[in-house]
Design a protein around this ligand. Structure first.
Ligand SMILES: CC(C)(COP(=O)(O)OP(=O)(O)OC[C@H]1O[C@@H](n2cnc3c(N)ncnc32)[C@H](O)[C@@H]1OP(=O)(O)O)[C@@H](O)C(=O)NCCC(=O)NCCS
Length: 173
């Protein structure tokens, strides 16, 4: 189930966003309780997107147990181009069961069917095979490989850009 994040999620979020292995290929360092509490009181409070430049982060809960197992973020980059981006972070304790793919599929649905986006991208570190696996299962196409494109956490890293269009999404349904 997708749901808004709230102050009661600090411990569950620290359990994965506080881990070194989880933050290896993403643009944040292992997050502290304090930083997560700050985010929960700020950007992660948002429950709707009202204009470009905003991001919506939703929690992913197992309906059987109520456990928060991850979160998915939808960025609205451009109103003119109707462009967005998706990102996902999950607790490794719950990896390998398709939860990230299922949740990200639902968030693409919000992007295309609610926000009426035209194109949604996923940008990732080439070494992040698990993330590329999610993008492929989402039906996204690998469009670009940007060689040593970003100086990221002390080294030059190669970026893979995946994308899916609204019509491709609709055809897949
Ligand atoms: C990226 C990330 C979310 C992927 O997690 P994941 O567990 O591999 O992805 P899913 O939850 O979709 O599970 C997919 C796996 O479950 C398997 N699976 C089992 N049941 C499934 C089902 N019903 N549907 C889809 N896949 C299923 C798939 O075969 C796949 O296994 P494989 O890795 O052996 O091929 C996770 O590695 C992560 O959070 N990493 C840290 C943060 C990060 O790097 N985020 C991406 C930034 S770009």
């Amino acid at each position: 189930m997708l749901r808004p994040l709230g102050p009661g999620d600090v411990e569950a979020l620290v359990a994965y966003r506080g881990r070194q292995d989880v933050s290896r290929y993403v643009p944040f360092e292992p997050m502290t309780r304090e930083l997560i509490a700050e985010r929960l009181a700020g950007p992660w409070v948002r429950t709707e997107l009202t204009g470009e430049g905003q991001a919506l982060t939703v929690g992913v809960e197992l309906t059987g147990t109520g456990q928060l197992v991850g979160d998915v973020t939808l960025f609205w980059h451009s109103e003119l181009h109707r462009g967005g981006e998706i990102g996902y972070v999950f607790n490794p304790e719950f990896a390998g069961r398709g939860y990230a793919t299922e949740a990200a599929t639902a968030v693409l649905g919000i992007g295309f069917e609610v926000l009426k986006l035209h194109r949604i991208v996923a940008r990732l570190d080439e070494r992040n095979e698990a993330s590329a696996g999610v993008a492929r299962r989402l039906g996204m196409r690998l469009e670009a490989r940007l060689v040593r494109n970003e100086f990221f956490k002390g080294e030059w890293t190669t970026e893979l850009d995946f994308a899916i269009l609204a019509e491709e999404w609709a055809d897949d349904r």
